[in-house]
Ligand binder design. Structure first.
Ligand code: PLP
Length: 460
């Protein structure tokens, strides 16, 4: 029999090896034989295998297929790198294996979420009285927030959507930034309104909402239950909506204002970028991620709501066997999220915030933004290459002179293994999309990545 202590130590040391290697190995596996890996994973076994052998088999088989997202030169999507303390806290979370439903299933998990939720509101400049939930990510945060919105705007016209559903009920209008994230559309599919409900508002050249157009759209449609979706951090350009102006217009129409700030909400945590979020505290709900810019391991996101009762009404449920709601005055985490049984997500976030502190988080945000500007400046200096967005945050879009050229360069860079970034189509142009969201990235990593891009440009 394997001693659990040895097994966990062994697994942790393999994970640590991987993370150290992530700075050295090709960022994306050079050549991966999917069929060989599938074969090595094998058919469903008939008989048991000792735990130690299972762990080694898993690591041996899958490591060649891992992407070095925890390393300093992964710039794809908006992927964070997981801070050391948060990673270790997540290992503890796994070991403790707490069902974080309520204070009876785990007083520690309930208490840590309670404390950490307060810290997050403080850091992100959100109202102290807002309710919050620790969810799996931005998608879940948007879904929970907009379920609360659906509850509130229908309650306002005397319709109990939790009880009666949507059939036969009053219509809801949804008005959103035309460049919203796709998870907003999926949310409306899941909430029974359909993605087609969304009335898109025009945006400016950076993808921020055109407030005059928002005004026009709201005024032209019928009054009644209305939800407005704004964005902190355009997924391509990083642009921010004008929250003070847009929220004030939306509130004049009695609308609920939701802000998707999956990564952009973190701008509020640094004095150098906080102005981008001015007025954001006047919204009604907010969504953000832990596993992107805060560098907490997957899965981690947060939802906040200025109307705690609407939030709980939309999410909570009860059953006779679920004793202990509010036990010892402790908040019930499951009243604010989609899941019932759930991972104790508060521990890793507490550890990340504790490791960095207010100043460390501000510094992480500033550093990533400075590195994004470094990318843009160096690449724009290359012949035939131009930056395609105003780099206001950590997102950089680069044009290599046309659709095919950009695709060729992006593919060559990905193949080089030096770094990894994806491509996007934005405002009709094919662009390389760079996101600097990892605490490990340094100026040297940016310079090395720029060199790899320049090499790809000259080869193509
Ligand atoms: C990533 C992202 C989401 C979705 O978040 P997940 O954590 O992937 O579920 C939503 N909105 C924006 C702006 C994002 O960048």
């Amino acid at each position: 029999m394997t001693d659990l202590r040895d097994l966990l130590t062994h697994a942790a040391s393999r994970a640590a090896d991987h993370r150290a290697e992530a700075a050295r190995q090709p960022v994306f596996p050079a050549s991966l034989d999917h069929e060989a890996m599938r074969k090595a994973l094998g058919p469903l076994p008939d008989h048991p295998t000792p735990a130690r052998a299972v762990v080694d088999q898993l690591a041996d088989i899958v490591e060649p297929g891992l992407v070095a997202t925890t390393g300093p030169r992964y710039f794809g999507f908006v992927v964070g790198g997981a801070l050391d303390a948060a990673t270790a806290a997540d290992v503890l979370t796994t070991g403790w294996d707490q069902p974080a439903f309520n204070a009876v299933t785990s007083p520690a998990a309930a208490l840590v979420e309670d404390v950490t939720g307060g810290w997050l509101k403080d850091l992100l400049g959100l109202p102290a009285a807002a309710s919050f939930g620790f969810v799996t990510g931005g998608q879940a945060a948007n879904t929970v927030a907009l379920a609360a919105a659906r509850h509130q705007v229908l309650a306002g016209v005397g319709w109990d959507v939790e009880q009666r559903g949507l059939l036969g009920g009053p219509p809801i209008r949804v008005v959103a930034n035309g460049e919203r994230h796709a998870t907003i559309d999926r949310t409306f599919r899941l909430l029974g309104l359909g993605a087609g409900v969304v009335e898109a508002v025009a945006t400016d050249d950076q993808g921020a909402i055109d407030v005059a157009d928002l005004s026009r759209v709201l005024a032209e449609g019928s009054a009644g239950p209305t939800i407005v979706c704004l964005q902190a951090g355009n997924v391509n350009s990083g642009a921010f909506d004008d929250f003070a102006a847009a929220t004030s217009v939306a509130h004049e129409h009695g609308a609920w204002v939701h802000v998707d700030g999956a990564f952009g909400l973190w701008a509020a945590a640094s004095p150098t970028t906080r102005h981008l979020t001015a007025g954001i505290d006047t919204a009604d709900s907010w969504a953000t991620d832990g596993h992107k810019w805060l560098n907490v391991p997957y899965d981690s996101g947060y939802v906040f709501c200025a109307h705690p009762q609407a939030h709980a009404n939309a999410m909570s449920f009860t059953a006779a066997y679920l004793t202990g709601h509010g036990q010892g005055g402790l908040r019930t985490p499951a009243d604010y999220v989609l899941e019932s049984s759930r991972r104790a997500r508060g521990f890793a976030t507490w550890a990340a915030l504790r490791q960095l502190g207010r100043s460390g988080i501000a510094e992480l945000v500033e550093r990533c933004c400075a590195l994004a500007r470094r990318f843009a400046e160096q690449l724009a200096a290359v012949d035939g290459v131009s930056a395609a967005n105003d780099v206001v945050l950590n997102q950089v879009l680069v044009d290599f002179g046309g659709h095919e050229e950009t695709d060729r360069v992006v593919e060559a860079v990905q193949r080089s293994g030096e770094c990894w970034m994806g491509a996007t189509t934005w405002h009709g142009r094919r662009l390389m999309r760079i996101s600097v969201s990892n605490w490990r990235t340094t100026e040297a990593d940016v310079d090395r990545s720029v060199a790899a891009i320049v090499a790809a440009v000259s080869r193509t």
